[in-house]
Each structure stands twice: as C-alpha cells, then as structure tokens.
Design a protein around this ligand. Structure first.
Ligand code: V47
Ligand code: SF4
Length: 392
C-alpha cells in the first residue's frame, strides 16, 4: 500500500496546476474536498489524474475487493403516471393497455422460480401505476416473506413511495413503517436523477423533488433501514449540478450514515424524449466515477451498474473508484433495455461475474445487500464454477 501511495504522491508532486495539486494533497491526507474543488476536478482533472487519485482511495478503503451479490429483479409494471423526459416508460401511460402489470401471484411466481437457488436479494422497482397502492405492495411484501423469509427485499424508489403514501393519505413515517412491518428491508437508490431544480424542472418536473427524495431516505434511515443513492448523469446537467447532487447526499450521509452505495447511472438515449442528446463518452464516464469516489468520502461503496455501462466498461470502472458491480440481476424485463443499454435481458451467472472481476486482477467477494461478506472468490476456479449448478 505504501508503494502505491508514493506513486500517486509523485503524480501529485508533478502536476503543474496548483489547484489540482492542492486537491491531490488533500486526497492523500484523507481530507474532505469542498464544492469548488469538486467542480475544479471536473473542469481540469485529466482522466489519468482523477483515476489515480480515486484508485488510491478505493484501494485504501477496500484493497482489491470487488463486491457483487446474487439477486434478481421484479418490475411490477411498466406503466407510469409520471413523464420523465429521459424514460422510455413515461410514454406508456396514455396507451396503458400496451403495458404490463403483474398481479401479486405473478410476482410470487417469479420469486418461486428461485426456490432452492442461493439468491439473497430481490430488487423490486417499476413505473408508478395508479392502481398499485400501499396495501397492494404491503401484501406483496408479506407474501414474499411468508414464502421465503430469508430473502432480503430491496424495493421501491422514493418516487414510488411518495406517490403511494400521498394516495393513501399517510405520512412518510407511517407509510414507511407499514411497509417495513410487512417485510421491506431496504431501499434502492432510484428517482434521484439530478436534484438541482434548474435541471429537475426540465427532465422530471412532476415527480418528487429533492427535499422529498432526501426526506424519504432520511425517514428510512431513522427506522434502521439502509438505502442507496443514484445520480442520472450525462445529459443536460453541468458540473455544478453534479457536485450539488453529491453534496446533498453527502450531507444526509453525515446526518444519518444510512447510505450503503452511490450509483452513478449513465443516461442512455434510446426511445425517450431526450434522444437528441448524445451520450457521454467512456472517458467522461470514468472521470465521473473517479470524482464520485473522491467527493463521496462518507459513502462506503461506489457501484457501477453493469447493464447500463456494458461489461467491459464496468470492468474499467474498477480502476476509477468503483468497488461494487451490483449482482447477477436476472432481469427479463425492460427499463434499461428500452433506454438503449448494452444488455437486452441483463443476467450474469455467478461464474461469469467472478470471471469478469478476476480478468482485471481484482478480488471478487460475494456480499449480501448490507455488505456482509458471504464468500471470497479470490482463488476460485471459474472453469470449475461453470460446471457447478450452484454458480449458474
Ligand atoms: O431513477 C431511467 C434510471 C433509475 C434511464 O439501488 C435511466 O441498487 C439511464 O435506480 N438512461 C431506476 N438511466 C433504477 C435504479 C437502480 C438500478 C439498479 C440498482 C439500484 C440500487 C438502483 O433508472 C431511475 C432513472 O435514473 N433511468 N431511464 C435512461 N434513459
Ligand atoms: Fe416513471 Fe420512473 Fe420512468 Fe420517471 S423514471 S417516468 S417515475 S418509471
């Protein structure tokens, strides 16, 4: 570790820009960088410099460990009352007969498909359908827990919570407690997009605002639940908006400590009302991941969601601050593929995920949702795993 520090130290010493040098020195000393410094990193930091600093922090926190979990997704519906400009779902409301909506028993059938398989988490997120209310989802939670009590339920974005609580006329505390009692264990990070109102007004004006999103997560944290946070980047936002977004999350994390993971989501431009906007380059993606690792100093984990980036770019992020690759996912439904992600029906076997991580000389570690380590695959033989049904 010391040798690596001296390498980054030499890089910091050699950089001629005085702002980048002083930020680099702060990072090496483990000091927090401020708003202005975050913006400077975006404006002036080369991909190489940002990557070296972020990798230094990543390795100081986690060494080569790269986490993943064994999970599957359920999307209850693709119909949505909101009209986010970047989302392929939002068009469907007017023609909702073309969309799908799953009943509780259909969703339970999906859960049952994994009986006997060593998955640890179900991730449930979808559009906001007016008929799927608080009681419906509480019933779903209860059914899943009755069928498989040990399965961790990570479900619903703050957008879905906000709608179902308002419709049921309950407070955030009451609604969250009700779902928690029914079996909800933790909360994924969706719906955050870009918090700053100048951008939010243009891309998703009609859904929960920044304070509402943050308050839902604060409430969950205070009940002892953990959650994730996302940021949809690479569209019309400026560097200031990205740092503003990260700053708001960093402040809430200082207050509650309830976030596990920050997940930057790359804007994909297929089949939505922002299709005219070009997607960000891989270089800009890597710079973003690196700044996220540097700025979000109180977030234990930075996750690359591989279906959005593609597998090879996800591997690359592991040198730019990322230490988590989400999971096996097994999603046969549509939100990402509709928006143009690399993966049409994202799913990787455990053997494939382990191999992806080993190929770039990192240490694969299977975790549960709360980052308890389940198994270290540093010395695993992928060829053997591939013929073992436990890993496929
Ligand atoms: O909030 C929608 C995004 C999110 C597009 O917490 C798009 O573990 C890119 O939050 N281009 C929902 N992104 C998904 C989400 C998530 C996914 C995986 C893991 C976790 C977690 C959370 O999907 C939405 C929105 O930001 N999204 N459309 C698009 N065109
Ligand atoms: Fe609905 Fe979410 Fe899509 Fe917005 S991003 S239209 S809230 S599914």
């Amino acid at each position: 570790m010391e040798i690596k520090k001296s390498g980054v130290q030499a890089l910091v010493n050699a950089v001629s820009d005085k702002d980048l040098k002083s930020i680099g020195e702060k990072v090496l000393l483990g000091e927090r960088i401020n708003f202005q410094e975050g913006v400077i990193l975006f404006e002036k930091g080369s991909v190489g410099y940002l990557g070296a600093l972020a990798n230094f922090v990543r390795e100081k926190m986690h060494g080569d460990k790269t986490y993943f979990n064994r999970n599957f997704h359920i999307e209850p519906t693709n119909v949505c009352v909101f009209s986010c400009a970047f989302c392929a779902y939002s068009r469907l409301y007017a023609n909702r007969e073309e969309g799908w909506e799953l009943s509780i028993s259909q969703m339970l059938d999906i859960v049952k498909k994994y009986d006997g398989k060593p998955v640890t988490e179900v991730h449930i997120v979808g559009g906001v359908h007016p008929k799927m209310n608080l009681e419906f989802f509480a019933e779903l939670m209860r059914n899943i827990k009755t069928h498989r009590p040990g399965l961790h339920i990570k479900a619903f974005t703050a957008v879905e919570f906000d709608y179902m609580f308002r419709k049921a006329k309950v407070s955030v505390e009451e609604g969250m407690q009700f779902l928690h009692n029914a079996g909800l264990d933790s909360i994924p990070g969706g719906g955050a997009e870009i918090f700053h109102p100048d951008i939010r007004q243009q891309i998703c004006a009609d859904k929960v605002d920044a304070d509402g999103w943050l308050n839902i997560h604060r409430t969950a944290h205070k009940m002892g639940m953990h959650s994730n946070a996302t940021m949809l980047y690479g569209h019309i936002e400026k560097y200031e908006h990205r740092i503003d977004h990260m700053e708001r999350l960093r402040q809430l994390q200082d207050e509650t400590g309830g976030f596990n993971t920050f997940i930057p989501l790359k804007f994909r431009n297929k089949d939505n009302d922002m299709s005219h906007i070009p997607e960000s380059t891989v270089t800009e993606d890597m710079r973003l991941y690196a700044v996220a690792r540097l700025y979000m100093d109180n977030f234990p984990h930075i996750k690359a969601y591989w279906p959005m980036l593609g597998r090879q770019n996800a591997q690359l992020t592991l040198s730019f601050g990322v230490n988590d690759l989400d999971g096996t996912i097994d999603d046969t439904t549509k939100i990402y593929s509709m928006a143009g992600s690399e993966e049409q029906s994202p799913s990787l076997s455990t053997a494939q995920l382990v191999s992806l991580i080993q190929q770039v000389k990192r240490e694969p570690v299977e975790r549960d949702t709360l980052y308890n380590e389940i198994k270290n695959y540093a010395n695993a033989d992928v060829a053997e795993m591939e013929v073992n049904p436990l890993y496929n």
